[in-house]
Design a protein around this ligand. Structure first.
Ligand SMILES: *Cc1c(COP(=O)(O)O)cnc(C)c1O
Length: 546
């Protein structure tokens, strides 16, 4: 993602002129926007792209230029790569626009916003079984900021405890699975905590296996981060088993290691889809939980939440008391200014949907994900790695289960609790038999060919130890309807079959190599890695070095 470099237009132009296709168009000024047809009286305007224009243009012209360029982006509706939600009802859009100009940092000036923030924290505390009246938390710009705050609180508590005991605070470490999202690794590297990445295995559902994780824990472990909803496959890492093993560890050694749950997606999935599942503050070892309001909290990008079990989990020296905008305010965040609108949007969703509404939406997401997963497996071309479509084995016991088994009955498709738990995510790859039969067909071509039809479905490698396995992944969000699933499936199978039946198509794809290079300019402004840079050896997550 976008760490952008300054662009020297002269070199860009030289490169553009040399490009065999661009050469065919005789345009001298590629560093100037041309063609604001919406403002007909500014036809001869000159708006440079890479330095601030000396004089501006009318708002109409500026709007048209940028609006048209934005149309070259992918369609958010067809973006199956992201967990971040892209649709809200009209009234939410209106409310958010009405509050677009409010800075959340101005606590004294906007007391109603503050009250709404407090209510959101309270509702989340309730949803996550926090002890009554004790949880404390804050909105953030996303789970990444929330994870930084959660990690820092654990680090500081560990340091304070070690100092009290007269022990060294030199070498803190943190334990999480190699499947971790980049935010966890960023925390470790930016805040100088050794990241102990637990390798993932197929048997361990491609995520943290607590029996392996416990071997990485020692007196310098500030905490274990358990991910509720692995970004690769949607599997829930078992929080309660991790807690049990850490309880045993404490009994043996006297060392108390806390758990932070990264519920970026799962924090808004598990409580509604699986209300009796234990993963949150009802497990005493869970000290803090983060979630992304902009994922299954159903708000647009820009909102996260973190809650701590109680104030004792939040060392006093991390909380800042501010006395300058009219009153005394307390904060524990990385950003000062931030938009209020996403918080208002979250409160809108909570009031509008209620528990039943959120439950209805997540059940529908899971049902659509199962529909897709089952169809992919039935095609015979694909193996599905996510498992929310697999009926729960526990029904094999008991009378009902035995009866179901006898008649080969399939559990109620509307009941998420009859299936394995997880996020509404479908991760899949070519079946082994398919690979044997069509060794020349590359899985990444599916991504490219789907993109030609507008669908955005990423193809990428699993974490280290399994990094030779490539997966395609579709995240089923509220706007991914049954109709869309049906269409993407039809395209997916048609593409696969055309690659199978036609070696010429394969040849073409091999030459094309999946590079859709509408993105030349974006690439031009990208930071590149110097050849002699050394890759730090302790990094093994999907956060590839640039
Ligand atoms: C998305 C995600 C994050 C990062 O969250 P942002 O809200 O995008 O900052 C962290 N952990 C997991 C498991 C995620 O899925």
């Amino acid at each position: 993602m976008a760490l952008s470099k300054h662009i020297d237009p002269a070199s860009l132009l030289a490169a553009a002129r040399a490009h065999p296709h661009h050469r065919l168009i005789h345009r001298e000024h590629r560093d100037i926007h041309e063609g604001s047809y919406a403002s007909r009286f500014e036809a001869d305007m000159e708006v440079p792209k890479f330095k601030i224009p000396q004089t501006g243009v009318s708002s109409k012209a500026a709007y048209q230029i940028i609006h048209d360029e934005m149309d070259l982006d992918g369609s958010p509706l067809l973006n199956f790569a992201s967990f971040v939600h892209t649709w809200m009802p009209e009234e939410a859009n209106k409310l958010m626009m009405e509050n677009m100009n409010k800075n959340f940092a101005d606590q004294d000036e906007y007391p109603a916003t503050q009250a709404i923030h407090t209510r959101c924290i309270s509702m989340l505390g309730d949803l996550w079984h926090a002890p009554k009246g004790e949880a404390i938390g804050t909105a953030t710009t996303g789970s990444s900021e929330a994870i930084m705050l959660g990690g820092m609180a654990m680090k500081r508590r560990w340091q304070n405890k070690r100092k009290e005991q007269g022990k060294s605070t030199q070498a803190p470490n943190i334990v999480f699975g190699a499947n971790a999202q980049v935010a966890l690794e960023k925390f470790a590297r930016y805040w100088e905590v050794e990241a102990r990445l637990v390798p993932v295995t197929e048997e361990g559902n491609y995520c943290l296996d607590p029996h392996d994780a416990i071997k990485y824990v020692d007196e310098n472990t500030i905490g274990v981060m358990v991910i509720l909803g692995s970004t690769y496959t949607g599997h829930f890492e078992p929080v309660s088993l991790m807690a049990e093993l850490l309880d045993e560890y404490e009994k043996k050694t006297g060392i108390d290691v806390p758990i932070h749950v990264d519920g970026a997606s799962g924090g808004f999935v598990a409580p509604f889809a699986y209300p009796s599942y234990k993963w949150s503050f009802d497990i005493p070892r869970v000290c803090s939980i983060n979630t992304s309001g902009h994922k299954f909290g159903l708000v647009y990008a820009g909102l996260g939440w973190i809650l701590w079990r109680n104030e004792a989990m939040l060392p006093k020296e991390l909380i800042f008391e501010l006395h300058y905008l009219g009153s005394t305010e307390y904060t524990y965040t990385l950003n000062f200014s931030r938009p209020s609108a996403p918080i208002i949007g979250q409160y809108f969703n909570l009031l509008n949907l209620g528990f039943e509404g959120y439950r209805r939406i997540i059940q529908a997401d899971l049902k659509n994900a199962r529909l897709l997963a089952n169809a992919l497996e039935l095609s015979g071309y694909f193996k599905v790695l996510s498992n929310i479509h697999v009926p729960l084995p526990k029904t094999a016991e008991g009378l009902v289960g035995a009866a179901q088994k006898a008649v080969g009955a399939v559990p109620d498709p509307d009941d998420a609790e009859a299936y394995m738990k997880g996020l509404p995510v479908v991760s899949f790859r070519f079946a082994d038999e398919f690979k044997k039969q069509y060794p020349y067909v590359k899985q990444v071509w599916i991504q490219s060919l789907l993109r030609n039809k507008g669908w955005i479905v990423p193809n990428y490698n699993l974490p280290p130890a399994l990094s030779d396995v490539e997966i395609l992944r579709i995240v089923v969000r509220e706007s991914v309807s049954g109709d869309l699933i049906e269409r993407v499936l039809a395209d997916l199978l048609e593409i696969t079959e055309s690659l199978m039946s036609n070696p010429d198509v394969s040849m073409l794809m091999a030459a094309f190599s999946g590079q859709l290079s509408l993105r030349a300019e974006a690439h031009n402004g990208r930071v590149t890695k110097a050849k002699d840079d050394v890759t730090p050896s302790n990094t093994h997550t999907y956060a590839r070095e640039c």
